[in-house]
Every structure is written in C-alpha cells, then in structure tokens.
Write a protein that binds this ligand. Sequence first.
Ligand code: HEM
Length: 473
Amino acid sequence: KLRKSQRNHVFPCPRKLPIIGNLHQLGAHPHHSLHKLSLKHGPLMLLQLGSVPTLVISTADALREVLKTNDFSNRPSLYAAKRYSYGFLSISFSPYGEYWRQARKVCILELLSVKRVQSFSKIREEEVANLISGIKDTCFSSKSVNLSKVLQDLSNRIVTRVTFGDGIAARGYGNILEESQRLLGEFWVVDYLPWLGWIDALTGLRKRLEKNFKELDEFYNHVIEEHMRGGSADHEPCDLVHVLLQLHKDPAYGTTFSSMSHIKGIIMDMFSAGTDTSSATLTWIMTELIINPRAMAKARDEVRKIAGKKGKVEEHDLQDLTYLKLVIKETMRLHPPAPLLIPRETTETCVIQGSKVPPKTRIIINARAISLDPNTWDNPEEFRPERFIDSNADFRGQDFRLVPFGVGRRSCPGINFALPVVELVLANLLYCFDWELPAGMTKEEMDLEEELGITMHKKIPLVLVPRLFQGNV
Ligand code: HEM
C-alpha cells in the first residue's frame, strides 16, 4: 500500500491535450522529440500517449535507478504484433511469463547459440563473396553503389538462408516479408486509443495487414510442409525451420513448441528482429566512416594489415580487428537501430523514486537519448571510436550507458548472430575497396536524416563510389 506522500508525488509531464494527451508531441522522429522533452522535463517523464500512460527513461542513471527495483520484463499487447506473432507466440512480443521464458531459453540454446551461429559461417562467407564480386563489377563500369539497398538485400538473404534453407531462399518470397516489417512499424491508432481503433480500418491499414498476414501464413505453411517432406532436412548446416521441427517432435520441448503457430511465431522473430537491424547498422557505419575519413583510414589500414595479401577477410581474422570493433560500437551508440528498443509494460502498481506508476504503464527506454547524455559521454555528438579504448562500456545488455541491444532479461538474444555478419561485411568492404562520395558531393552535404519504422534507417539511401584496392592479392 502506498503512503499518502507517494500517492501525491507525480512524474513531470509535458502539457497534454484532451483525448490524445501527448501524442501530438511525438512527431516523425519520436526518439528525437522525446529526447528534447526530457531535456526540459527530466530523465523520467510520465506521458499520456492517447489513453496509455507511458514512462520515458532518458539517461543511464535513471535507467539504473528504475531497473534497480523493477525488472519491467513484460511487453504491451500491440495490434500488429499480436497478429504477426500468432497471438504473442514470438519471443519479442510475448508477455513476461512461462512461455516467453521457455521460448527464449530454447532460442538461446538451440537457435542462436555460438555453435549454431558458427555452423552458418559458410553462408556468411558465400554471401559476402557475392556482395564483393557484385561491387567489383560496379568498379569496372565506374558506377556508384546504393549501399543501403545492397546491404539490406544481403542481410535478408543471410537470414532467409539460415532460417529456411537454400532451396526456399533461392526461390524468393517477393515483398511479403518486407511488407510485414513495414506494417509492424506503422502507427496503429488502436494501440493508443483503443476506442478509436476503427480508424485503422478506415485508413486501410487493417485490410493491408490481413492480406499480408494471409500471404505470409501461406508462405510459412509451404516452407514447413516442404521441410516435413524432407526437402531441406538432411544437408548441413541445418536450417532453423528444421531445428524448430525437431524441437516440436522432442518430448522435452513438446509443450513449448506444441503447434505450428508456435514455430511460425519464432520464425517471425528472426525476420522482424534479425534483418533490418543488421543492415541499418552497416549503413550507418559506412555513413559515419565516409564523414570521418581519419576513422575510415584507420579501420581500413587495420583490416588490410591483418588480412594481408590473401584477397579477403575471413571470420578468424575478426578477433584481431580491434579498431573496427570500436567503430561498430561508436556507430551503434550514435545510431541505435531500435532507438526506443521494444516497449515494455508494468504489470502492477510500482513506486519509482517515490512516484507511483500504475499497472499497464508503457515503459519506453530512449537508447538514443542515453547515448547523448553529456553526464555519461564527453562530447556525445562527436563520432570518436577511440572513446572506448579506455572505457569498459559494453553493449551486451548489462551496461546502462550503452543499450543498442536493449538491457536486462529482455535484451537482444541475437547479438552473437548479428555481430559476425556486421564485422565480416564491414571488414571486407574496407579491405577490397576505397570508398568515395559521388563526384561533386562533399561530406558536409551528407544527409543524416533518419526514417523510423520497425528500425531506424538512413532516409536517403547511402550511395558511394567504390575504387578497387589492388594491393591485397
Ligand atoms: C545489429 C543487430 C541487432 C540489433 C541492434 C538488435 C536490437 C534489439 C533490441 C534493441 C531489442 C529489444 C531489447 C529490449 O527490449 O531491451 C532486441 C530484441 C530481440 N532481438 Fe535483436 N537486434 C539485432 C539483431 C538480432 C538478430 C540477428 C536476431 C535473431 C536472429 C535478433 C532477435 C531478437 C529477439 C528474438 C528479441 C526479443 C527478445 C525478448 O523480448 O526477450 N536480434 N533486439
């Protein structure tokens, strides 16, 4: 029971409008708007987004303080997420509870374990080799490369091959998966003002979702049936659908993956969480490097020294690429692909710093604002990978200062899958080519505008000119 003083104490809240509360203040870039509001109102604000009370956390200290007494491991029930996760059977959207615990455990032990990720090294190396050879062709015709596009295709191909196997990946699946990602990132009125949810039908969003979901479901059914018939079952590495079907048959896991919907829910995790995040990270890294030629030269020299004259960077070289890893960390500090992570939700009334937070309050952790806090970072806006040389700041989910992969129990289980992809692709891009801006463009003209859907992309595609480096063979 709360003391009277606790009942009266409230978190700061920007001025609200009737019905919509603070929704109008989110704008097109909620992570920026919320950051700005936090500078005025404080690192813990309780906003009213439509009818949803929302606690926004904007500094590492506030995050540490909040998570000291509360875990906030529950997720809110969001409309599109519910549909695409077959009623919250995915790991990312399932509520905190036994199913989430079991599914996440299985995911970490069986799907995204170090051993499993290693088993996919051939896929990564083949896809990187294809990427490099495609860019080499561009060099010979003196053209520029739309890196945003080729990196997104690469990331999609790797996750598709790993999840479905080569046969299905080669046949393609049109725009079905991309459309589902777009719809997951849309603004759904029903998630903020449930009684006005009919507006989503009026705007055509629901129809789009139902159409896309039907296509996606048919596609998943087809993939599963093919695997059951033995299509891609017996060749190595074993793809994730095959692993999931084995787990489905295994009495030890029987209750966790008891139906095909459970399997489809987990497949959805791989695509919604695993594709755009890696390609957005790579695009932001190349953007920062082209703006910061000194860092580009340092990373490139390191890669060329370590890989020598063997013509490509291999996975076992990655452990020696110290500066490259700092570049990745610094880019993820400045451009976390999910700047507001995935929202959490309180399950019961709790008290934070003497203020009462009601049940079903949405919790938003502003990773981007945390990265820009001058009390944590010197010159936070500056791109300076060297800042990590003497710092133990880590992004694996335990350090409140750096949370691009989230924090605590709900932090990203895909980090060991994502990092080898990001590192291998980046290392080979720097090893094989010198990168330049298109003729007539200066780095000052480089546009850093963002677009936030399910992940935060560079709005204007990154187009650069590759020059083949001949000194590595
Ligand atoms: C650079 C790449 C990636 C970034 C930046 C990233 C970031 C994140 C973030 C911010 C969250 C939410 C964490 C939180 O609420 O605290 C998350 C959750 C998740 N990610 Fe990733 N992710 C990446 C790659 C991947 C990959 C490759 C996979 C799988 C193949 C994956 C699977 C998941 C899953 C299943 C969750 C939900 C965890 C849960 O709710 O328990 N992610 N990720």
